[in-house]
Design a binder for this molecule. Structure first.
Ligand code: 4GP
Length: 811
């Protein structure tokens, strides 16, 4: 066992040697770095297993309510470092490996990120799992074991190129296949009615099916011996390839079933805040939901007799609308298989499911054509029809004669299944992810639902896990914080407020900024290795890392860089604090404008970084393949955190919290959780700019914004826009960036030009502020000291107490 108090270095070394021998038939000194990683991972897993077993025994014995966090995405990142941190053995393992001449950092780098998610809601799910285990709440994460996760991004000639992410190539040492829990999931066919004991029974016939097989990954709680489970489902062919059936024309069907099994879990759809609407995606949704719900019910029945009390022991949290088919699947099982009456089943379902909304972007709203939905899921569709029929009656009873309400709220409308409406109708709770976002849901996006059932609506402001984003990602700052205030912050982030007494202490300021400097050196080294660019760690590191999306306005950021470059060229003696603009972002593979923006950023970087006349006053870096593992380096090194979405569009943001925790100052709009960040740290300690959410929504309503007015009246804007189409950044093809130019001038959907001056002015404030070293250091420390609210532990406590009504398990 490798526990802090009992860690035995010699035993660990022996285990390591034995693992390398058993797994690879090699001696330690002959093993490749990848083999050493695997061997270390197996030793750590060995240490997890007993706790994992004990945790589940305790859950059963104490019979506590369990949350199933249903999510198409879990953006876990690497597991090894995090597991060792939470087992309290990170430093011991590091030292032991050093004694063997091995560098733990290099070993950690061998692990591929488990990138089973796109961004926001997938990473949130991963933070939530960490917090659930750390707080001791009974929980499963339920998802899909995609064979290929989020693609790897290569930049070639400035363009994004997507490379498949074969993350399972060397196997995943932490997972365990649980064949004993495999279940069948059925697609297609038709529904027949049979009589059973005088009762009608609906039976799906002529279907294709797959075998859903779960793989479990341990989720280790911090220092508490709790180990929860992330259960991800893989699809296998149902092996009914029996030879005599070939004559009966069954051969084709068998082949089709093989294909179905092969394709279903093949790859994650790489869309963030956007619905692709592909049939395979709906298959993925039903696949993992049916499997998870079937298993949850079977597990419940192992120790309980009365299915009518299911909701007392189980809650399903639906991470956005992607898992919403759970509402209908639970109804199907309760009615068709458990033989409950509709009303009883509906009561249980409504008390079991809860829905979180993560975006108001219209293109993200999930709607499935009825034709597709009913063909793929014939019985589930019938159930949705009945849910809809009854829901429409409810609406009519509440608003007699109001057809408009039905048009706006029905689940089935205009040939489509509206998944958000199904989720709301079938849930006991609907929540947004930051206060502003929830207010917008209530007042605008889901207004009718809020008016009809206000009791369901609530807010749960997002959070992040400090174990990964400070303790693991920024070890220097983590140990400095612990030196100052003790280590309670690791499980109670509110304690960071005790740092406030040090913010005016000159020595502390120096120490804090010295750590920041060392982290900047670490990132500069990474940039040199990966981009071949020299950046000065004394410059301001100004970072925008997140998915590439128009509403997040990376375009505004790079336009401002272009403007600054023009200024420096026009005034060579201009006195500015050197600035390194750091970008990191993946664009959905089919998102043209986003990909063009990446090309623009790289084109601007090429030009500016290679212009000796500006003396390195500004540099631009686009970090290739932004992901959880390199994000940890960036957060630790940032001076400025760019959170510049069009107000009202970013539901919450969580990158903003990771930067804050690591002492970066926010340059942001009053959007998402920025509002609450500013509330915690004080408006004077952030660089806030731009139109408010109300102003933006007013413009949208009235349609009275014309970007040409800005263009005509603003010389700086005109100049940078012209440079998009005169070949300044693309001499070989002057028209290359025409689409960006046109989008800005014709519509400017995201108010980039209207916010530009205010953004520019905020940048000036940053330049001025950075010159006052003491004040900057104080403000940076205040960020960390004020970040307590943004722990996912706080968020999960709110979910657990206010919604799920979970109790902690005791070991
Ligand atoms: C994201 C939101 O865009 C982001 O603001 C939020 O912090 C995050 O969810 C977690 O709540 N949405 C998505 C998505 O990831 O695909 O809609």
């Amino acid at each position: 066992m490798i526990k802090k108090d009992t860690f035995d270095k010699e035993k660990f070394k022996k285990e390591l040697e034995s693992n390398v021998r058993m797994l690879f038939r090699r001696k330690l000194e002959e093993a490749t770095p990848q083999q050493i990683y695997q061997a270390v991972a197996y030793s750590v897993k060995d240490d997890i297993i007993d706790n994992w077993i004990e945790t589940h025994k305790a859950y059963e014995k104490q019979d506590k309510k369990m949350v199933y966090y249903m999510s198409m995405e879990f953006l876990m990142g690497r597991a090894l470092g995090n597991n060792m941190i939470n087992l309290l053995c990170y430093d011991d393992v590091r030292e032991t490996l050093e004694e063997l001449g091995l560098d733990l950092n290099l070993i950690e780098d061998q692990e591929p990120d488990a990138a089973l998610g796109n961004g926001g809601l997938g990473r949130l799910a991963a933070c939530f799992l960490d917090s659930l285990a750390t707080l001791g709440y009974p929980a499963y994460g339920c998802g899909i074991r995609y064979r290929y996760g989020m693609f790897k991004q290569k930049i070639e000639n400035g363009y994004q190129v997507e490379v498949p992410d074969n993350w399972l190539k060397y196997g995943n040492p932490f997972e365990i296949k649980r064949d004993e829990y495999a279940v069948e999931v059925k697609f297609g066919g038709y529904v027949d009615v049979e009589m059973h004991n005088g009762r009608q029974k609906f039976v799906q016939k002529g279907y294709q099916s797959v075998r859903a097989v779960p793989y479990d990954m341990p989720i280790v709680g911090y220092g508490n011996h709790i180990v929860n489970t992330l259960r991800i489902w893989d699809a296998e062919a149902i092996n009914n390839f029996n030879l005599d059936s070939f004559d009966k024309g069954e051969y084709e069907k068998a082949v089709e079933q093989e294909n179905l099994a092969r394709t279903i879990c093949e790859v994650l759809y790489p869309n963030d805040n956007h619905m692709a609407g592909k049939e395979l995606r709906l298959k993925q949704q039903y696949f993992f939901i049916s499997a998870s719900v079937q298993r949850a019910i079977a597990k419940y029945k192992e120790t309980h007799d009365d299915i009518r009390k299911f909701h007392e022991k189980v809650t399903f949290q639906l991470n956005d609308t992607h898992p919403t088919v759970a509402v209908a699947e639970l109804m199907r099982i309760l009615v068709d298989e458990e033989g409950l009456e509709w009303d009883e089943a509906w009561e249980i379902t409504r008390k079991t499911c809860a829905y979180t909304n993560h975006t108001i972007m219209a293109e993200a709203l999930e709607k499935w054509p009825i034709e597709l939905f009913s063909r793929l899921l014939p019985r589930v569709y019938q159930i949705v029809e009945e849910i809809n029929r009854r829901f429409v009656i409810e609406i009519q009873n509440k608003y007699p004669g109001d057809q408009e309400k039905i048009r706006k709220m029905a689940i089935l409308y205009d040939g489509q299944v509206r998944m958000a409406h199904l989720a709301i109708a079938g849930s006991y709770s609907v929540n947004g992810v930051a206060r502003l976002h929830t207010d917008i849901l209530k007042k605008r996006e889901l207004k009718d639902f809020y008016e009809m059932m206000p009791e369901k609506f609530n807010n749960k402001t997002n959070g992040i896990t400090q174990r990964r984003f400070l303790l693991h990602g920024n070890p220097l700052l983590a140990s400095w914080v612990t030196d100052k205030i003790g280590d309670d912050w690791i499980t109670n982030l509110d304690h960071l407020k005790h740092l406030k007494v040090y913010v005016d202490d000159e020595k502390c300021q120096q120490e804090f900024m010295n750590i920041k400097y060392q982290n900047k050196v670490r990132l500069a080294k990474y940039i040199k290795e990966h981009n071949g660019i020299d950046v000065d760690p004394r410059s301001i590191f100004d970072c925008q890392v997140k998915r590439l999306h128009e509403y997040k306005r990376q375009l505004m950021n790079i336009l401002h860089v272009m403007y600054l470059y023009n200024e420096i060229k026009a005034h060579p003696d201009m006195d500015i604090v050197p600035r390194t603009f750091i970008f990191g972002a993946k664009a959905a593979a089919g998102y043209y404008t986003a990909k063009l923006t990446i090309k623009l950023i790289n084109a601007v970087a090429d030009k500016i970084n290679n212009d000796p006349s500006i003396n390195g006053k500004i540099k631009v870096v686009f970090i290739e393949d932004y992901r959880v593992s390199n994000a940890e380096l960036i957060f630790a090194a940032a001076d400025v955190s760019e959170q510049i979405s069009t107000a009202s569009k970013e539901a919450s943001g969580t990158g903003n919290m990771k930067f804050m925790l690591n002492g970066a100052l926010t340059l942001g709009t009053m959007d998402g959780a920025n509002v609450e960040i500013v509330e915690e740290v004080g408006k004077e300690n952030a660089f806030i700019f731009g139109l408010s959410a109300d102003q933006i929504m007013e413009y949208e309503k009235n349609g009275n914004y014309n970007p040409r007015d800005v263009y005509n009246n603003n010389q700086d804007v005109r100049q940078v826009l012209t440079q998009l189409v005169n070949g300044f950044y693309s001499p070989e093809n002057p028209e290359l960036f025409r689409a960006l130019y046109d989008a800005l001038l014709e519509k400017d959907t995201y108010f980039t030009l209207l916010d530009f001056d205010s953004y520019k002015e905020a940048h000036n404030r940053i330049d001025a502020a950075y010159r006052d070293e003491e004040h900057w250091a104080r403000t940076a420390m205040l960020q960390t000291a004020s970040a307590g609210k943004f722990s996912s532990d706080r968020t999960i406590e709110e979910y657990a107490k206010e919604m799920w009504h979970l109790e902690k398990v005791t070991l």
